[in-house]
Design a protein around this ligand. Structure first.
Ligand code: ADP
Ligand code: MG
Length: 217
């Protein structure tokens, strides 16, 4: 199968400090890769580079055979969806957040689709009209996740999205992600510290001091 991403000699520097160094990495379409490593080692920076939220200071990122920076960002970000470590909701209600993916595609908000998405992560459909300030951390995390999934992306970049979820909710999110990977062929790159997620990894890589080491299980 073809590589959906080919990353070569990727580096990222800020204020003269090398945060990522010489990363070579490939991922095939439909693969599920888990990324672990110590805090501050550059994991989020790596996903943010893949997500075009940061620009590499050296090396290159090829997405589906094209240079990442040759693809219009708006098009690219619909295909490569990044879920933040700290969920960031905007506006006033849950609906404000779930309407956004429709707005950027010039589509009418599909209330039923949004309600089904809420139910898929064990949130009641009435959540749609809830004020975001009334949500717990775990609820915000799930709303942020489904906001990324209302339109299925080709690649899902997950930055510690199960941190802070209770065991049952974690299981629901695991099943949802596994299902996207298995049934919809979504390529997944997921950062985690969770031992159970690491032990279930299809392929595990670690980032340490800004360098990547491949660990195959
Ligand atoms: P991880 O996700 O593995 O915990 P990060 O990618 O968030 O690590 O950060 C890697 C390193 O880069 C850390 O030492 C962090 O302090 C530093 N860093 C991240 N963003 C910036 C920034 N905008 N300016 C300066 N240093 C940064
Ligand atoms: Mg991080």
């Amino acid at each position: 199968m073809a590589n959906i991403f080919t990353v070569s000699k990727l580096g990222y520097q800020i204020d003269g400090i090398e945060i990522l160094k010489n990363i070579d990495f490939t991922i095939e379409e439909g693969e599920y890769v888990t990324i672990s490593g110590p805090s501050g080692s550059g994991k989020s920076t790596f996903l943010r580079l893949l997500a075009t939220l940061l620009t590499p200071t050296s090396g290159e990122i090829i997405f589906e055979g094209k240079q990442q920076n040759d693809i219009p960002k708006e098009t690219y970000r619909r295909e490569v969806s990044y879920c933040f470590q700290q969920p960031s909701l905007f506006g006033t209600t849950v609906q404000d957040n779930l309407a956004f993916p429709f707005e950027i595609r010039n589509q009418n908000f599909d209330e039923q689709k949004a309600e089904l998405a809420l139910e898929s992560v064990d949130l009641k459909s009435t959540f749609l009209h809830k004020n975001i300030t009334e949500l717990s951390g775990g609820e915000k995390q799930r709303v942020a996740l489904i906001r990324n999934l209302l339109f299925t992306p080709r690649v899902l970049l997950l930055d510690e999205v199960t941190t802070g979820l209770d065991a049952d909710t974690k299981e629901i999110v695991h099943k949802l992600i596994e299902n996207l990977n298995q049934k919809k062929d979504v390529t997944i790159l997921a950062i985690t510290h969770d031992e159970s997620e690491i032990s279930l990894a299809h392929r595990l890589v670690t980032i340490k001091d800004g360098r990547m080491a491949g660990v195959t299980q």
